[in-house]
Design a protein around this ligand. Structure first.
Ligand code: UD1
Length: 362
């Protein structure tokens, strides 16, 4: 059988991390049957949001970088669609891999499906059931444009079954982010130069538009970071997403506790080391919720709902929204919690399982 040409489409920070697991598994076990080329839409473009991940995770340099950058959702997705379509016309690909739920995911899936090129969606079937989130639309639409759907959890498999997907197109693969956490944690701990002195610190991140672009919510979260740092006498390590940094810079200067250490976005290995060094995580990120659980750390979720319900069900995370009272109460409840090793996200070999299925598809 001739080698199949796959175009992997990425654009945002979590996708570089997920693509690393699959690219490495292609290199290690499928190089004879699959030839992968990478397209970067340019959705994330700062060095510490993009190129740094390619260097650190040893991901092949993108064959194409569309350089699209930050724009309104419609314009950004439209430009990606146009650029990706041209690459697909020129490149003679047999399949396209997309990850997660960003605008880059949707554009890649739509461009390929319209050209009858099979789409392989990794991290399929996640649902927050909140259609106000751009990610929820991206997920649902991408799933329905895909030929193979790789679900990281049984909940995701069940969501897809409810939407009428046939069993042949859906595979419970496990989560490629667990593959990465298991693979990279020893390296991360060896290289660690943690930016906090405190042995028991909180790792916090905020980047969702509904938190950053609503001053009441952003204020509520900042107040909660201050208060919990003072109440628990600990530091809060707060790597600040560029959008959050922009919003914070336009808000009236409140008193941020000296215990809250705002730093630039961290690399993947720095994040893993910080997770391992932390006592508890506060975040509105889906990826960090999972990574906290995989690293045995409890998580206060700064959202009213989550796609990763099994972590809440396991008692390792609580939904606290942007409400400083709820955040303080959840922190108090989780402070002494040490989550058990995860069983719901596969066995750390998701990438291999995914590639086996893709190879069998052709
Ligand atoms: C995107 C994804 C989100 C994912 C997140 C990971 C969508 C709809 N959302 O959200 O699902 O969790 O990536 O980080 O695709 N910015 C910079 N430099 C950068 C990147 C972003 O300054 O390199 C700033 C810009 O002001 C931009 C804002 O951050 O407008 C938001 O970036 P964008 O890529 O639109 O969305 P994210 O919030 O990062």
């Amino acid at each position: 059988m001739s080698k199949k040409r796959i175009l992997t489409i990425v654009g945002a920070r979590p996708q570089f991390i997920k693509a690393a697991a699959v690219s490495h598994a292609i290199r290690d076990g499928y190089a004879a049957s699959i030839e992968e080329e990478l397209l970067h839409t340019g959705q994330h473009y700062d060095d510490n949001m993009s190129a740094n991940f390619f260097r650190e995770l040893d991901i092949p340099q993108p064959h194409y970088n569309l350089g699209i950058g930050s724009r309104r959702h419609g314009e950004q997705t439209a430009l990606m669609l146009k650029g990706i379509e041209q690459v697909l016309i020129d490149g003679n690909y047999d399949g396209v891999i997309v990850y997660g739920d960003t605008n880059s995911t949707l554009a890649g899936a739509l461009a390929a499906a319209k050209m009858h090129i099979p789409v392989f969606h990794i991290e399929a079937g996640l649902r927050s059931f909140n259609r106000d989130m751009p990610e929820e639309l991206n997920r649902v639409l991408t799933d329905h444009a895909s030929a193979l759907l790789f679900a990281p959890t049984q909940t995701a498999v069940d969501n897809l079954a409810r939407e009428g997907f046939s069993q042949e197109t859906v595979l419970f693969s496990g989560d490629v982010m667990l593959d990465n956490v298991l693979h990279y944690t020893p390296l991360a701990l060896n290289n660690s130069k943690l930016k906090t002195q405190s042995p028991d610190f909180i790792l916090a991140t905020v980047h969702r538009d509904f938190n950053t672009d609503n001053p009441i919510r952003l204020n509520g979260i900042m107040a909660a970071l201050n208060e919990t740092a003072e109440q628990f006498g600990c530091e809060v390590l707060f790597p600040v997403h560029p959008r959050t940094a922009k919003r914070l810079s336009t808000m009236p200067k409140g008193t941020v506790s000296e215990r809250v250490k705002m730093v630039e976005p961290m690399s993947y290995l720095e994040t893993l080391a910080a997770l391992k060094g932390s006592r508890l995580v506060m975040t509105d990120s889906g990826g960090l919720q999972k990574e906290a659980y995989f690293c045995g750390r409890p998580c206060v979720v700064l959202r009213p709902e989550t796609e990763w319900v099994e972590i809440v069900d396991a008692g390792a995370a609580e939904l606290a929204d942007a409400d400083s009272m709820k955040i303080a109460a959840a922190t108090a409840r989780l402070w002494n919690c040490t989550p058990q090793p995860p069983t719901q996200f596969g066995d750390g070999h998701a990438a291999e399982r995914i590639l086996k299925q893709i190879a069998a598809f052709f």
